[in-house]
Write a protein that binds this ligand. Structure first.
Ligand code: GLN
Length: 281
């Protein structure tokens, strides 16, 4: 058995090549202390230099191995947190991002003030957006994804959180399937929007499902165009669309939306002051 100080030192030193000190400190406090050692930060502090059990030390060693191959820490634990909800994740779904919580907050605020009977979440992945919305409001929620593994994960997450969502295995790029989807009052989506060149070669992002993240350089708005096409047939009059977007693609998307006839286009920033969301009606 070793003391926590020496185990922490091993964690930081071994992974120092792969991650910044800031990233390692936050992984240590958020994941190792809270989730693996199961201690609140205050208890961790108060207990001083305690002995780490052999079982926990072995787990930390496997975590070091996992992280050294640039796999996301959430895949090691099998879950992440989104709007304080524990969401199960695996390599078949995108890990919920903190900025997407803002997208959910905007939708919830809007729905509280307006009549919204039916919502659709396009590219639901783990189901985090639909589930977090469903926890707060009573509208009917549909959610689609191209991946059957994602739909299975999202379904299981919705059961855990006891939120009723109608999940469907549907590719938004397939126009022929729009007719089997309902007419909706609100569309929410965090579709793939990352350009390959944005992500360094050694990044945990490469371990996430590529089809959920990357878009082709020659058609980066492919999913947004499909969402707008879907809106033409399935969004009720007066309906609204809430989208997360790559700040690099905002002006292109605004141009595209104008071509589709939208004039009420609102751009919102995330907590890094990046233009990350677009709301249109
Ligand atoms: N925001 C995520 C990232 O930066 C990507 C999410 C997406 O492509 N929609 O990796």
């Amino acid at each position: 058995m070793n003391t926590v100080t020496s185990v922490k030192k091993r964690f930081i030193d071994t992974l120092g090549q792969n991650y910044s000190f800031h990233e390692l400190s936050s992984m240590w406090s958020q994941w190792v202390v809270k989730e693996l050692l199961n201690k609140s930060s205050i208890n961790y502090f108060l207990e001083g230099d305690f002995m780490v059990s052999e079982i926990d030390e072995n787990l930390i060693d496997s975590l070091i191995l996992h992280l050294s191959s640039y796999k996301p820490i959430q895949y090691f634990f099998g879950y992440s947190y989104f709007k304080n909800l524990k969401i199960q994740v695996d390599a078949s779904v995108l890990i919920p991002r903190p900025e997407t919580e803002q997208l959910v907050d905007m939708v919830i605020d809007y729905v509280k003030e307006n009549k919204v009977s039916t919502i659709i979440d396009i590219g639901t992945g783990s189901g985090c957006i639909s589930i977090a919305i469903g926890k707060k409001i009573k509208s009917n929620i549909f959610a689609i994804d191209v991946s059957s593994q994602a739909i299975a994960k999202a379904t299981s997450n919705s059961k855990t959180h006891q939120v009723d969502i109608d999940f469907k295995l549907i590719d938004i790029l397939n126009v022929d399937l729009y007719k089997i989807l309902p007419k909706v009052d609100l569309i929410v989506s965090n579709p793939p929007y990352v350009l390959k060149r944005e992500v360094p070669e050694k990044s945990v992002v490469h371990s996430e499902p590529k089809h959920a993240i990357f878009v082709p350089d020659d058609d980066p708005l492919i999913f947004y165009k499909s969402i707008l096409n879907f809106a033409k047939t399935n969004l009720n009059r007066g309906g609204k669309i809430f989208l997360e977007i790559n700040p690099l693609l905002v002006s292109k998307l605004i141009g595209c939306m104008s071509k589709y006839g939208y004039s009420d286009i609102q751009v919102c920033t995330d907590f890094y002051q990046k233009k990350r969301f677009i709301i249109v009606s």
